[in-house]
Design a protein around this ligand. Structure first.
Ligand code: AMP
Ligand code: MN
Ligand code: ZN
Length: 791
């Protein structure tokens, strides 16, 4: 503080004192936790009325001096008095290592009906035999038998509608910018009940545009959590608690996919994915002001800049990285969140006007922004998939060249981290930050304490599993080094060169048998023969050269195989085997989940007959084929547009009909709201009477009949027929070479696309699901169960 110049006000100095105290107390807290063994139950210690203070503010983009940067970042990561919102989720998060399948099960504003795969999903979810596998795996099994759903499973549910969306004339003509209301005079509603959500949805459905933004949390969750949604209309702001309403958010598809309503976002790329991932929400008719800013070639494209530029509003982006799971939200957080959407519709007007002015009134530039926005809304959420090669991508970014042992350690730690993060539903950065993983791999500590020493602060899960990590590091240390690596280490003056197990390694060398603690022997302890071999420094060098010359070629052929085998055996081959047998009883699909022993065989990925080879190749190819497929799909869509014009009308009617049918069975939004607020009879009446034109909505009569099952009926179990696994081709999961096309193949989409899109093949097939469609939102408790091998 002494160094601060005199201009620094008393207030700022005072802030510094407060800040420093915060930091000291926080550190003390962390150290106490560490001493305590940490990770007690992660239960919150939040007293009633506790107002989470500013400690959650990150240093990101902080205005003013660069003071305290470190401590603030630190503080962000340690906002630990927060309940894990996941605990309240009705449907558990699916972190399994399987591709994402859309969550949608009802499709408002459809011109092409939702494939039966999705409409029947709720029923399938309740099948008891699926309870022990993650939802996505259960779906694989199902499609194994039917084969007909693969295309649908991975397609964008609104692709057809988006591709046939045209920008109406009015949206291409110059608007008169409509000034925003001052924040102080604008009503702001916090929404955390279904009833309020429904009421808001009703309002939104009547508008021609509204602005949307999301806040997200990614540190204490594997996939991330959408924590807040902000919506602004021309007259009011809404803040929606999406952690509370996660299971109900889908109802907003009615407004979000209505092509007659423009949804304005700023930089929607992530938002579009988060909406799909967490709520099954899609956006039809998006306008992205970030794309507009780019097209206008503004100096910067951030929202701050647009706010300054068009509204002369100074925004404070420092809450962007706040822990948005905190409840109740502080006033500052609410203020911040509102600002993100409050001005957006005005900015939308301004940029449209400018885009036209820039182009002398020609709509080309503006049209390009609409098109880019549409492309963004066509984006599909892709779940992070663990493959044999994932670790290489991360490792390459580290700008460190690793030798065989270090790279092995990195690979093993990476697999451990991924597995644990999925299992515990934490981010990989929380489990073990990459820089620490890097440090451990680099140092290859001999003792568990050495691993702890590589981490500061020590991540709770590292401390908890330090012995497991130690085994992994040991395993890596047993990898033979390449000749060049030995030489490199020698020039660096490092000692491992002398390790006898490296130079004397051979297929019949029993000194490397599991359990041997050979490498820990000091020179004095070495067996006599080896002692003689290395008795003299100079002589050793000569011997070393000779020996490594002899070793190098051998490794390529014989030794390499053994080395890989050795990997697996090194812990204890008997234990491993036993474990694998036991696990195979638990879950036949275990091999699709990341587990340490799957990744260990380094050669497998180069062996075309192995399962891992197939899997990794498949995922590599996926992105390429995906692109090709999308190109094909676009071409195809154009070609068929004419032929289908007639059929489309037919389809639309069918879609409407099926939507209506499905509404009979699905308890509707309005019903749910009505249910949840019994006694507010008037409200129910009002809501039910608002039957729209474009989208068929349930009549009162339909609602009444549908109400009963929702309230009382259990899932339709009487009519349930157990799934017959004997019909499935389980060989697929057993690692056989089967090139058979019953195997799950995310790329199949591409091959079958043409056939599938042919109008004959499109059978709306809604009748089938009718009986079992009564969806009980509160009861879909089935969900993710951990199938990881138990330690
Ligand atoms: P925004 O659209 O600016 O409100 O950002 C939405 C969410 O994206 C925030 O809640 C953050 O979780 C995340 N986010 C935004 N900017 C960053 C950043 N620079 N680094 C990491 N996460 C960010
Ligand atoms: Mn945003
Ligand atoms: Zn935001």
């Amino acid at each position: 503080m002494r160094d601060r110049n005199k201009l620094t006000g008393l207030e700022e100095r005072f802030d510094l004192v407060v800040d420093s105290n915060d930091i000291i107390l926080e550190r003390a807290g962390i150290l106490l936790d560490e001493a305590d063994g940490v990770n007690r139950t992660q239960q919150p210690v939040m007293p009633a009325g506790f107002q989470p203070p500013k400690i959650v503010v990150s240093s990101w983009n902080r205005k003013g001096s660069g003071s305290g940067t470190h401590s603030e970042t630190f503080r962000l990561l340690h906002a630990k008095n927060v309940t894990r919102p996941q605990l309240k989720f009705k449907e558990k998060v699916d972190n399994s290592n399987t591709p994402f399948i859309p969550k949608i099960f009802i499709k408002p504003n459809a011109t092409k009906p939702l494939p039966s795969y999705f409409t029947n999903k709720q029923m399938r979810k309740e099948r008891p035999e699926d309870l022990d596998v993650p939802a996505a795996l259960a779906d694989f099994i199902h499609q194994q038998r039917t084969q007909e759903h693969v295309d649908d499973m991975f397609a964008h549910p609104y692709q057809y509608e988006l591709e046939h969306l045209t920008t109406p004339e009015i949206l291409l003509s110059k608007p008169e910018p409509q000034m925003y209301k001052p924040i102080a005079e604008t009503k702001c509603t916090f929404i955390d009940t279904l009833e309020d959500l429904v009421a808001m949805n009703e309002k939104l459905c009547k508008l021609s545009e509204f602005a949307v933004d999301l806040e997200h949390h990614s540190y204490r969750s594997f996939l991330g959590l959408t924590s807040l949604m902000q919506i602004s209309t021309r007259d009011e702001d809404f803040i929606i608690d999406t952690l509370e309403l996660r299971g109900e958010m889908y109802i907003l598809n009615e407004a979000f996919t209505d092509p007659a309503i423009v949804k304005v976002f700023h930089g929607a790329d992530s938002d579009i994915e988060w909406l799909q991932r967490d709520f099954g929400l899609y956006v039809v008719n998006l306008f992205d002001t970030h794309q507009a800013s780019r097209a206008l070639n503004l100096a910067r494209h951030s929202l701050d800049h647009l706010l300054k530029h068009f509204c002369n509003v100074e925004s404070d982006k420092r809450y962007q990285l706040a822990d948005w799971r905190i409840r109740p939200l502080t006033d500052e957080m609410v203020q911040y969140a509102r600002t993100d959407t409050h001005y957006l519709l005005y900015i939308y007007d301004c940029v449209r006007a400018q885009l036209l002015d820039h182009h002398h009134g020609q709509p080309g530039l503006l049209q390009s922004v609409w098109n880019k926005s549409k492309d963004i809304s066509l984006k599909k959420y892709v779940k992070p998939i663990f493959t044999e090669e994932s670790y290489l991508e991360v490792q390459r970014k580290q700008k460190k060249s690793f030798n065989t042992q270090q790279l092995t350690a990195f690979r093993l730690l990476f697999a451990w981290r991924d597995k644990l993060a999925r299992q515990e539903d934490e981010s990989t950065g929380y489990v073990l930050p990459t820089h620490m993983m890097n440090k451990i791999s680099e140092e290859l500590p001999k003792e568990p304490q050495g691993i702890i020493a590589c981490c500061n602060p020590v991540p709770p899960l590292v401390r908890q599993q330090v012995n497991e990590l130690h085994l992994l590091v040991q395993q890596a240390r047993e990898m033979p080094l390449l000749k060049a690596e030995i030489a490199a280490q020698k020039t660096k003056g490092l000692t491992p060169v002398r390790k006898p197990e490296v130079t004397l390694f051979g297929p019949h060398d029993m000194s490397r048998a599991p359990g041997s603690d050979h490498r820990h022997f000091s020179h004095d302890d070495l067996p006599i023969k080896q002692g003689m071999l290395f008795s003299d420094e100079h002589k050793m060098d000569v011997d070393m050269q000779k020996i490594s010359c002899l070793i190098a070629p051998a490794k390529i052929t014989l030794f390499k195989e053994l080395e890989a085998k050795n990997d697996q055996d090194s812990i204890s081959s008997v234990n491993m085997k036993a474990r694998r047998i036991i696990e195979s009883f638990e879950n036949p699909f275990r091999m699709y989940l990341p587990s340490a022993d799957v990744h260990i065989n380094k050669n497998a990925k180069f062996d075309p007959s192995s399962k891992i080879f197939e899997i990794s190749k498949r995922w590599k190819l996926l992105s390429i084929e995906q692109q090709q497929k999308e190109i094909d799909a676009k071409k195809k869509a154009k070609e068929e547009a004419k032929d289908q014009a007639k059929k489309a009308t037919e389809e639309r009617n069918k879609a409407k009909q099926s939507y209506q049918e499905s509404l009979q069975n699905v308890s509707t939004v309005r019903q749910q709201a009505a249910e949840s607020t019994k006694g507010v009879g008037q409200k129910r009446q009002r809501v039910a009477s608002e039957v729209g034109e474009s989208t068929p909505k349930p009549s009162k009569k339909l609602m009444k009949t549908a109400e009963k099952p929702q309230k009382t009926e259990p899932p339709p179990q009487e009519s349930f027929t157990p799934f017959d696994y004997s019909q499935s081709d389980l060989n697929v999961f057993a690692g056989a070479k089967s090139k058979d096309n019953t195997q799950f193949d995310p790329n199949r989409q591409a091959h079958d696309f043409r056939k599938k899109r042919n109008p004959k093949g499109q059978k709306p097939n809604f009748g089938a699901g009718n009986q079992s469609m009564s969806y009980l939102p509160g009861k879909s408790e089935r969900g993710f169960r951990h199938n990881w091998p138990k330690r």
